[in-house]
Design a protein around this ligand. Structure first.
Ligand code: DGY
Length: 327
């Protein structure tokens, strides 16, 4: 609580309208000093006396932070919350919220954008054209991979994976999926998606797109053995979390031509990108922008602010990740 009796809310980073107004109405907003490092000890120091923290995916919110006396809620401005130790939050009776749903379409659009861009070598073609190398049409210039009618393998069919499957229908793609939780039969039928094991998905897909959260089980889900199972012509797309993909092994697989290319929005050690990826022309690299449309980022900001406002007023925020804290 602040001296004026309003709950103090630590805002780790700038958020978009209408988020700031919602937060200002709910409490006293304390911006995290922009020049302070994002380590646990520094965040803990800034969180002293705060009831809530509005965090983003680059903020390590672990035991050191979660044990801050008086802390009631961490509202993450993201659907993923692997930056937060939820078990430690629950043990400290701290609510954790996220922003599900509002970013599904933007993220699915972007997964498809990466798929198309990588398949048809758009980034290479743009650089080629800008640099004045285009001297006229050539029969074998910038040959790429067909998308229409190809096989798409989805690893994970939560909301975003299903969104990608939906888009794939328009491209007449055969859709395979791997997920421990099968889709209901009517959803499978509607999306034209067939559940298979990971080995078959990797062996048969022209494009493999990853849509799973980062957990202990999904860490390095794709590594050397899995790349070895993929078609030599296959393209890997990752818009989920970097560490799901073993990046060093991916560089090796690309260099050894075990697979044909990759379109990546996320990295193992963001913002660092494996130097072996940067030099490869058959890889498209984006700076974690899959949800970055004006509307989506604004809705994420609003949703995170509303989660915070509800919690500091004593309510149960709608997007509670650890409901056992607030029965
Ligand atoms: C998320 O929400 O988890 C994305 O990675 C950022 O939009």
């Amino acid at each position: 609580m602040s001296t004026r009796g309003k709950p103090r809310i630590l805002l780790m980073h700038y958020i978009l309208d209408p988020g700031p107004a919602i937060l200002a109405e709910a409490g006293e907003v304390v911006p995290y000093p922009p020049d302070r490092p994002l380590d646990e000890a520094s965040i803990r120091q800034a969180a002293e006396g705060c009831t809530g923290i509005v965090s983003q995916l680059m903020d390590p919110i672990r035991e050191t932070v979660l044990s801050t006396p008086g802390l009631k809620i961490v509202s993450n401005v993201a659907v993923g919350f692997d930056n937060i130790d939820v078990a430690a939050a629950t043990a400290n009776k701290v609510m954790v919220t996220n922003t599900p749903g509002v970013l599904d379409d933007a993220t699915a659009d972007f997964a498809f954008t990466l798929l198309m861009t990588t398949a048809r070598r758009v980034v290479e073609a743009d650089a080629f054209t800008r640099s004045g190398q285009f001297r006229g049409w050539e029969i074998d210039m910038m040959l790429g991979a067909d998308v229409f009618g190809a096989t798409l393998g989805l690893i994970g069919v939560g909301r975003i994976g299903r969104g990608v499957a939906h888009r794939a229908k328009g491209f007449n793609m055969r859709v395979l999926y791997y997920d421990p939780n099968p889709l209901p039969p009517d959803a499978e039928q509607q999306l034209g998606a067939t559940r298979v094991d990971l080995g078959r998905l990797l062996a048969e897909s022209d494009f493999v797109s990853v849509h799973v959260p980062l957990t202990q089980e999904t860490h390095h889900l794709l590594s050397t053995p899995q790349y070895g199972q993929m078609k030599k012509t296959a393209i890997l797309i990752n818009t989920s979390r970097g560490p799901v993909v073993d990046e060093a092994a991916l560089v090796e697989a690309l260099n050894a031509k075990k697979i044909a290319g990759a379109g990546l929005d996320v990295y193992e050690r963001e913002p660092a990108v494996h130097p072996g990826l940067v030099v490869l022309p058959n890889v498209v690299l984006a700076p974690h922008i899959a949800s970055a449309t004006t509307r989506t980022r604004s809705e994420m900001s609003a949703m995170a602010a509303r989660n915070m406002a509800t919690a500091v007023r004593g309510g149960r925020p709608p997007n509670l990740v650890n409901p056992e804290v607030k029965r």
